[in-house]
Design a protein around this ligand. Sequence first.
Ligand code: SF4
Length: 313
Amino acid sequence: MREFEKPILVLSACLDLQPVRYDGGTIKDEFVIKLRNYCEILPVCPEVGIGLGIPRDRIIVYVKNNTYGVFQPTTGRDLTQELLAFSNNFIKSLQEVDGFLLKSKSPSCGVSNTTVYKDTEGKEFYTKGKGLFAMEVLKTYTDIPVEDEGRLRNPQLRDLFLTRIFSLAHWRVFSKELKTITELMNFHRTYKYMLLSFSPMLLKKMGRLLAQYRSKEDLESIKSEYGLLFKKALSKKPHAGSHINTFMHILGHLSDFLTSREKKHFLEVLEKFKNGKLPISVPREILRSWAYRFGDSYVLSQAYLDPYPEELE
Ligand code: SF4
Protein backbone atom coordinates (compact mmCIF):
# COMPACT_ATOMS: atom_id res chain seq x y z
CA MET A 1 0.00 0.00 0.00
CA ARG A 2 1.46 3.37 -1.05
CA GLU A 3 2.02 6.01 1.62
CA PHE A 4 1.11 9.55 0.66
CA GLU A 5 2.67 12.81 1.73
CA LYS A 6 0.15 15.37 2.98
CA PRO A 7 -0.42 18.12 0.40
CA ILE A 8 -0.32 21.67 1.74
CA LEU A 9 -3.70 23.03 0.71
CA VAL A 10 -5.03 26.58 0.98
CA LEU A 11 -8.73 26.19 1.74
CA SER A 12 -11.49 28.81 1.88
CA ALA A 13 -12.19 29.03 5.60
CA CYS A 14 -15.95 28.56 5.16
CA LEU A 15 -15.19 25.16 3.53
CA ASP A 16 -13.03 24.43 6.56
CA LEU A 17 -16.24 24.67 8.59
CA GLN A 18 -15.36 28.05 10.09
CA PRO A 19 -18.47 30.26 10.50
CA VAL A 20 -17.12 33.12 8.38
CA ARG A 21 -19.75 33.40 5.63
CA TYR A 22 -21.71 36.62 5.15
CA ASP A 23 -24.60 35.03 7.08
CA GLY A 24 -22.38 33.49 9.79
CA GLY A 25 -22.70 30.03 8.28
CA THR A 26 -20.30 27.43 6.89
CA ILE A 27 -20.38 25.17 3.84
CA LYS A 28 -20.62 21.46 4.49
CA ASP A 29 -19.13 19.63 1.52
CA GLU A 30 -18.66 15.88 2.06
CA PHE A 31 -15.67 15.63 -0.30
CA VAL A 32 -13.89 18.57 1.35
CA ILE A 33 -14.56 17.12 4.81
CA LYS A 34 -12.88 13.86 3.74
CA LEU A 35 -10.01 15.62 1.97
CA ARG A 36 -9.15 17.73 5.04
CA ASN A 37 -8.00 14.56 6.82
CA TYR A 38 -5.34 13.93 4.18
CA CYS A 39 -3.94 17.46 3.87
CA GLU A 40 -2.21 20.15 5.83
CA ILE A 41 -4.78 22.93 5.68
CA LEU A 42 -4.06 26.66 5.46
CA PRO A 43 -7.49 28.33 5.87
CA VAL A 44 -8.13 31.78 4.43
CA CYS A 45 -11.12 34.11 4.41
CA PRO A 46 -10.26 37.24 2.37
CA GLU A 47 -13.46 39.07 3.37
CA VAL A 48 -12.88 38.65 7.09
CA GLY A 49 -9.20 39.35 6.34
CA ILE A 50 -10.05 42.87 5.16
CA GLY A 51 -12.09 43.52 8.29
CA LEU A 52 -15.63 42.88 7.04
CA GLY A 53 -17.72 41.60 9.92
CA ILE A 54 -19.79 38.44 10.36
CA PRO A 55 -22.58 38.72 9.40
CA ARG A 56 -21.97 41.32 6.69
CA ASP A 57 -23.80 42.88 3.80
CA ARG A 58 -23.50 41.42 0.34
CA ILE A 59 -20.54 42.37 -1.83
CA ILE A 60 -20.45 42.00 -5.59
CA VAL A 61 -17.92 41.83 -8.43
CA TYR A 62 -18.27 44.46 -11.13
CA VAL A 63 -16.36 45.20 -14.30
CA LYS A 64 -15.51 48.68 -15.54
CA ASN A 65 -13.24 49.40 -18.53
CA ASN A 66 -12.14 45.75 -18.51
CA THR A 67 -11.01 46.04 -14.88
CA TYR A 68 -12.63 43.97 -12.16
CA GLY A 69 -13.56 45.42 -8.79
CA VAL A 70 -15.54 44.56 -5.67
CA PHE A 71 -18.25 46.78 -4.21
CA GLN A 72 -20.60 46.70 -1.22
CA PRO A 73 -23.83 48.32 -2.48
CA THR A 74 -25.45 48.96 0.94
CA THR A 75 -22.48 50.92 2.31
CA GLY A 76 -21.23 52.36 -0.99
CA ARG A 77 -17.71 51.07 -0.24
CA ASP A 78 -15.40 50.07 -3.04
CA LEU A 79 -13.36 47.23 -1.54
CA THR A 80 -11.19 46.50 -4.58
CA GLN A 81 -7.89 47.93 -3.30
CA GLU A 82 -8.28 46.38 0.15
CA LEU A 83 -9.05 42.97 -1.28
CA LEU A 84 -6.16 43.17 -3.75
CA ALA A 85 -3.75 44.23 -0.98
CA PHE A 86 -4.94 41.38 1.26
CA SER A 87 -4.62 38.85 -1.60
CA ASN A 88 -1.10 39.92 -2.48
CA ASN A 89 0.07 39.95 1.15
CA PHE A 90 -1.46 36.54 1.76
CA ILE A 91 0.17 35.11 -1.39
CA LYS A 92 3.55 36.60 -0.37
CA SER A 93 3.23 35.05 3.09
CA LEU A 94 2.89 31.54 1.66
CA GLN A 95 6.06 29.50 1.69
CA GLU A 96 5.14 26.14 0.28
CA VAL A 97 1.80 25.18 -1.17
CA ASP A 98 0.58 22.30 -3.33
CA GLY A 99 -2.87 23.57 -4.23
CA PHE A 100 -5.83 25.85 -3.56
CA LEU A 101 -9.39 24.73 -2.97
CA LEU A 102 -11.68 27.74 -2.83
CA LYS A 103 -15.42 28.37 -2.53
CA SER A 104 -17.28 28.58 -5.82
CA LYS A 105 -19.49 31.56 -6.78
CA SER A 106 -17.96 33.84 -4.14
CA PRO A 107 -17.03 37.44 -5.12
CA SER A 108 -13.70 36.81 -3.39
CA CYS A 109 -12.92 33.09 -3.64
CA GLY A 110 -14.89 31.85 -6.68
CA VAL A 111 -12.79 30.13 -9.35
CA SER A 112 -15.96 29.63 -11.38
CA ASN A 113 -19.53 30.80 -11.53
CA THR A 114 -19.14 34.10 -9.66
CA THR A 115 -21.71 36.58 -10.94
CA VAL A 116 -20.06 39.66 -12.41
CA TYR A 117 -22.16 42.80 -12.85
CA LYS A 118 -21.89 45.74 -15.24
CA ASP A 119 -22.62 48.16 -12.39
CA THR A 120 -21.51 48.62 -8.78
CA GLU A 121 -25.09 48.26 -7.51
CA GLY A 122 -25.24 44.65 -8.68
CA LYS A 123 -28.30 45.18 -10.86
CA GLU A 124 -27.12 44.48 -14.39
CA PHE A 125 -25.72 41.01 -15.06
CA TYR A 126 -22.53 40.96 -17.17
CA THR A 127 -21.12 37.40 -17.07
CA LYS A 128 -20.08 34.50 -14.87
CA GLY A 129 -16.45 34.77 -13.80
CA LYS A 130 -14.13 34.64 -10.84
CA GLY A 131 -13.75 36.30 -7.47
CA LEU A 132 -10.99 38.86 -6.92
CA PHE A 133 -8.85 36.77 -4.53
CA ALA A 134 -9.08 33.76 -6.89
CA MET A 135 -7.98 35.96 -9.82
CA GLU A 136 -4.83 37.03 -7.95
CA VAL A 137 -4.07 33.44 -6.94
CA LEU A 138 -4.49 32.22 -10.53
CA LYS A 139 -2.22 34.99 -11.80
CA THR A 140 0.55 33.99 -9.38
CA TYR A 141 0.25 30.21 -9.36
CA THR A 142 0.28 28.99 -12.91
CA ASP A 143 1.67 25.53 -12.20
CA ILE A 144 -0.24 24.37 -9.15
CA PRO A 145 -3.93 23.43 -9.07
CA VAL A 146 -6.45 26.12 -8.13
CA GLU A 147 -10.01 24.85 -7.99
CA ASP A 148 -13.29 25.39 -6.24
CA GLU A 149 -15.55 22.80 -4.64
CA GLY A 150 -18.21 23.36 -7.31
CA ARG A 151 -15.91 22.37 -10.18
CA LEU A 152 -14.68 19.35 -8.22
CA ARG A 153 -18.13 17.75 -8.43
CA ASN A 154 -16.98 16.80 -11.93
CA PRO A 155 -15.25 13.39 -11.47
CA GLN A 156 -12.55 14.10 -14.12
CA LEU A 157 -11.63 17.46 -12.60
CA ARG A 158 -11.60 15.92 -9.14
CA ASP A 159 -9.32 13.07 -10.27
CA LEU A 160 -6.97 15.56 -11.91
CA PHE A 161 -6.92 17.83 -8.86
CA LEU A 162 -6.18 14.97 -6.46
CA THR A 163 -3.54 13.49 -8.76
CA ARG A 164 -1.78 16.83 -8.97
CA ILE A 165 -1.81 17.82 -5.29
CA PHE A 166 -0.60 14.43 -4.09
CA SER A 167 2.12 14.26 -6.77
CA LEU A 168 3.31 17.80 -6.01
CA ALA A 169 3.38 17.02 -2.28
CA HIS A 170 5.43 13.89 -3.02
CA TRP A 171 7.96 15.88 -5.03
CA ARG A 172 8.13 18.66 -2.39
CA VAL A 173 9.01 16.24 0.41
CA PHE A 174 11.13 13.88 -1.72
CA SER A 175 13.24 16.64 -3.28
CA LYS A 176 14.29 17.94 0.16
CA GLU A 177 15.71 14.55 1.13
CA LEU A 178 17.17 13.67 -2.26
CA LYS A 179 20.87 12.81 -2.07
CA THR A 180 21.78 10.78 -5.16
CA ILE A 181 20.95 10.62 -8.86
CA THR A 182 19.80 7.02 -8.37
CA GLU A 183 17.05 8.22 -6.04
CA LEU A 184 15.98 10.79 -8.62
CA MET A 185 15.99 8.14 -11.36
CA ASN A 186 13.82 5.89 -9.20
CA PHE A 187 11.40 8.76 -8.64
CA HIS A 188 11.28 9.34 -12.39
CA ARG A 189 10.64 5.65 -12.96
CA THR A 190 7.73 5.72 -10.52
CA TYR A 191 6.18 8.65 -12.40
CA LYS A 192 6.92 7.38 -15.90
CA TYR A 193 3.34 6.49 -16.84
CA MET A 194 1.88 9.44 -14.98
CA LEU A 195 4.14 11.82 -16.95
CA LEU A 196 3.34 9.97 -20.17
CA SER A 197 -0.36 10.69 -19.62
CA PHE A 198 0.30 14.40 -18.94
CA SER A 199 2.97 15.14 -21.53
CA PRO A 200 5.01 12.61 -23.57
CA MET A 201 7.18 15.51 -24.76
CA LEU A 202 8.14 16.61 -21.23
CA LEU A 203 8.63 12.98 -20.16
CA LYS A 204 11.29 12.65 -22.86
CA LYS A 205 12.86 15.96 -21.94
CA MET A 206 13.10 14.89 -18.29
CA GLY A 207 14.69 11.59 -19.33
CA ARG A 208 17.29 13.48 -21.39
CA LEU A 209 17.95 15.78 -18.43
CA LEU A 210 18.70 12.83 -16.14
CA ALA A 211 21.03 11.38 -18.76
CA GLN A 212 23.18 14.54 -18.54
CA TYR A 213 24.37 13.56 -15.06
CA ARG A 214 28.14 13.07 -14.96
CA SER A 215 29.19 13.75 -11.38
CA LYS A 216 27.84 14.71 -7.93
CA GLU A 217 28.31 18.40 -8.78
CA ASP A 218 25.51 18.08 -11.38
CA LEU A 219 22.89 16.88 -8.92
CA GLU A 220 21.63 20.25 -7.61
CA SER A 221 21.13 21.82 -11.02
CA ILE A 222 19.50 18.67 -12.45
CA LYS A 223 17.20 18.43 -9.43
CA SER A 224 16.08 22.02 -9.72
CA GLU A 225 15.45 21.78 -13.48
CA TYR A 226 13.68 18.44 -12.98
CA GLY A 227 11.37 20.02 -10.34
CA LEU A 228 10.36 22.78 -12.76
CA LEU A 229 9.66 20.29 -15.54
CA PHE A 230 7.72 18.03 -13.18
CA LYS A 231 5.43 20.90 -12.17
CA LYS A 232 5.10 22.05 -15.76
CA ALA A 233 4.14 18.54 -16.92
CA LEU A 234 1.53 18.20 -14.18
CA SER A 235 -0.03 21.51 -15.13
CA LYS A 236 -1.09 20.05 -18.51
CA LYS A 237 -4.55 18.57 -18.83
CA PRO A 238 -4.53 14.97 -20.06
CA HIS A 239 -7.56 14.06 -22.18
CA ALA A 240 -9.16 10.62 -22.47
CA GLY A 241 -6.91 9.80 -25.48
CA SER A 242 -3.73 10.43 -23.44
CA HIS A 243 -5.01 8.13 -20.70
CA ILE A 244 -5.89 5.43 -23.22
CA ASN A 245 -2.42 5.70 -24.75
CA THR A 246 -0.92 5.27 -21.27
CA PHE A 247 -3.17 2.33 -20.40
CA MET A 248 -2.19 0.67 -23.69
CA HIS A 249 1.51 1.03 -22.79
CA ILE A 250 0.90 -0.68 -19.44
CA LEU A 251 -1.21 -3.34 -21.12
CA GLY A 252 1.71 -3.95 -23.51
CA HIS A 253 3.97 -4.46 -20.51
CA LEU A 254 1.67 -7.15 -19.09
CA SER A 255 0.27 -8.60 -22.30
CA ASP A 256 2.48 -11.74 -22.46
CA PHE A 257 0.71 -13.02 -19.36
CA LEU A 258 -2.83 -12.25 -20.45
CA THR A 259 -5.32 -14.32 -22.45
CA SER A 260 -6.82 -12.88 -25.61
CA ARG A 261 -10.22 -12.76 -23.84
CA GLU A 262 -8.74 -10.68 -21.02
CA LYS A 263 -7.13 -8.27 -23.48
CA LYS A 264 -10.38 -7.97 -25.42
CA HIS A 265 -12.29 -7.24 -22.24
CA PHE A 266 -9.76 -4.55 -21.29
CA LEU A 267 -10.12 -2.87 -24.69
CA GLU A 268 -13.90 -2.83 -24.18
CA VAL A 269 -13.39 -1.21 -20.78
CA LEU A 270 -11.17 1.45 -22.40
CA GLU A 271 -13.86 2.12 -24.99
CA LYS A 272 -16.42 2.67 -22.22
CA PHE A 273 -13.98 4.93 -20.37
CA LYS A 274 -13.44 6.92 -23.58
CA ASN A 275 -17.20 7.36 -23.96
CA GLY A 276 -17.58 8.53 -20.35
CA LYS A 277 -19.45 5.38 -19.28
CA LEU A 278 -16.79 4.21 -16.82
CA PRO A 279 -14.55 6.24 -14.50
CA ILE A 280 -10.77 6.14 -14.83
CA SER A 281 -10.53 4.08 -11.64
CA VAL A 282 -11.86 0.99 -13.48
CA PRO A 283 -9.00 0.49 -16.01
CA ARG A 284 -6.55 1.51 -13.26
CA GLU A 285 -7.89 -1.17 -10.93
CA ILE A 286 -7.87 -3.88 -13.59
CA LEU A 287 -4.21 -3.20 -14.42
CA ARG A 288 -3.30 -3.07 -10.75
CA SER A 289 -4.97 -6.39 -10.01
CA TRP A 290 -3.18 -8.02 -12.99
CA ALA A 291 0.14 -6.59 -11.74
CA TYR A 292 -0.55 -8.15 -8.33
CA ARG A 293 -1.43 -11.45 -9.96
CA PHE A 294 1.80 -11.53 -12.00
CA GLY A 295 3.94 -10.05 -9.21
CA ASP A 296 4.97 -7.18 -11.51
CA SER A 297 6.66 -4.78 -9.10
CA TYR A 298 7.45 -2.26 -11.88
CA VAL A 299 3.78 -1.76 -12.75
CA LEU A 300 2.79 -1.84 -9.08
CA SER A 301 5.29 0.93 -8.31
CA GLN A 302 3.64 3.28 -10.82
CA ALA A 303 2.11 6.38 -9.23
CA TYR A 304 -0.23 6.52 -12.24
CA LEU A 305 -2.13 3.46 -11.00
CA ASP A 306 -2.26 4.67 -7.40
CA PRO A 307 -2.22 8.49 -7.59
CA TYR A 308 -3.97 9.39 -4.29
CA PRO A 309 -5.58 7.70 -1.28
CA GLU A 310 -8.37 5.46 -2.51
CA GLU A 311 -10.77 6.71 0.18
CA LEU A 312 -10.90 9.94 -1.86
CA GLU A 313 -12.05 8.26 -5.08
S1 SF4 B 1 -16.10 32.28 0.20
FE1 SF4 B 1 -14.11 33.08 0.81
S2 SF4 B 1 -14.53 35.16 1.46
FE2 SF4 B 1 -16.49 34.10 1.40
S3 SF4 B 1 -16.79 33.34 3.46
FE3 SF4 B 1 -15.80 31.72 2.32
S4 SF4 B 1 -13.66 32.03 2.73
FE4 SF4 B 1 -14.65 33.91 3.29
